[in-house]
Structures are given as C-alpha cells and as structure tokens.
Design a protein. Structure first.
Length: 236
C-alpha cells in the first residue's frame, strides 16, 4: 500500500511502482515494500471455527432461529433474521445450508490523536450465525482490515479489494471441515447489512456526501448552493 495510505496496490494498481496520487515510491531500493496493508483472512478464521465441535454447534443459531421463531419470540427483541431482506434472500435460495454464514459488516474511522481528522479506518465483521449473547463479545468480533493512515485514503475501494475477493470465494462456496458432524461441506457466506456513521458509509458507497450537489443516495435530485452560508440544500 502507499506510505501515505492513498491507495492499495491491488487489482488494476497491482503493477504500479509509484502512488498515482502522491507520487511516493512503492518500494525501497532493495525491492521491499515500504508499507503493507493489514488484512486478516475471513476464510481461514471461519475454517478454524468450524473445526471446533462446540463452536460448530453454536454457528447453527441462524438456522435454528429461522426454523423455530416461536421458541425465541419470548425475548421480544427479535434479530436481523426477522427483517424482510433476509426473508427475500431465503426465497432467492440464499443460505440453503444450515451452516451458511450471514455477516453484518461495519466500517468506521477513528481519531487516534487529538485535533486530527480520521486517520485510521477499521473494517469489522459481525457473525450473525452466533447467538446474540455471543456475537458481540470482543473475542468473536472479526476485524478484517485496517487502513492505518496517516492521511485520508484517495482510492478507498482499492483497500476493499482483498476483502471483496474473499467474499466472492465465500459466495461461490469453499471446502470446509465440520468438527461437529465430522464431515467436509461447502461453506458459503454473504453480507446481510453494512453499518457505520455517515462519513464511513459514504466512502463504502462511493458517494460524495450530504453537502454536495448530488448527495442523496436514493434519488438524482440536485442540490442548490446557498450563497450566504455556502451550504448546499435540496429544494422541496
């Protein structure tokens, strides 16, 4: 990755030797990369979890919740699996295997030092196949990717490339061992939802922001500039 966190040298940028934004060299004179992208494989962690018989049983929560809604109704809280989008995915033949994983992905920027803009971006995956009392414990949160800064990313999507590649493999299915049933099976996973604050989701969705001329993520209504306070508003 670029030493200034402008972009990651992957995909169409794989063979670049300089950052196209800040013009910094990618390599030292000895050919070693000046900076590497911190990324932890989702696939390898899922494989390790399914090898554990007890964890393999816990990962059946999604399937059990879907099949036994009456049993779980007493908690009056519900779950992400009560949402219409999940029911539509089931109708479209997603999650055919009880062990298929449903993720919630989250992105957020962090101010590591005072009086600075966001200089560190963290991508975290929540495994919804785990029971609600387990999935949000810190040992079960899956930090997959960190954009360490020091500057704002210029090509945000380039950093998502390794994550997207893994999700493509998981959508198609990978071979995995189930320690509970003691058998090989095809594991699939999909992202049900993305969460984050407005700046984070704008970057993930490749939008320009609520104070731009085309800031709405739902329609093509163009904003109008208020010459007095220099803010863009949307006339109704």
């Amino acid at each position: 990755m670029c030493v200034n966190s402008c972009c990651a040298f992957v995909g169409v940028l794989e063979n670049e030797t300089k950052c196209k934004f800040c013009k910094e060299d990618r390599y030292y004179s000895n050919g070693k990369a000046r900076k590497n992208l911190p990324f932890t494989s989702i696939i390898e962690r899922l494989k390790l979890q399914f090898k554990n018989p007890e964890r393999s049983k816990e990962l059946l929560y999604r399937h059990n919740y879907t099949c036994n809604k009456g049993e779980f109704a007493h908690n009056n809280i519900g779950d992400i699996f009560d949402r219409q989008i999940y029911q539509e995915l089931l109708n479209d033949e997603y999650f055919p295997d009880p062990r298929d994983i449903a993720f919630t992905a989250s992105c957020d920027g962090y101010q590591i030092f005072r009086q600075k803009t966001d200089d560190c971006w963290v991508f975290l995956f929540l495994n919804n196949n785990l029971p609600q009392e387990l999935r949000v414990k810190k040992e079960n949160l899956m930090v997959t990717l960190i954009i360490p800064g020091p500057k704002q990313p210029q090509d945000f999507n380039s950093f998502l490339y390794p994550l997207i590649q893994e999700m493509k493999f998981l959508q198609d299915g990978i071979s995995c061992y189930d320690g509970n049933k003691e058998e090989q099976f095809t594991l699939r996973a999909n992202i049900l939802a993305w969460t984050g604050d407005i700046p984070a989701l704008l970057k993930v969705l490749c939008l320009t922001g609520h104070n731009s001329y085309s800031g709405c993520r739902f329609c093509n209504l163009r904003g109008t500039l208020n010459e007095t306070n220099r803010h863009v508003y949307y006339p109704l």
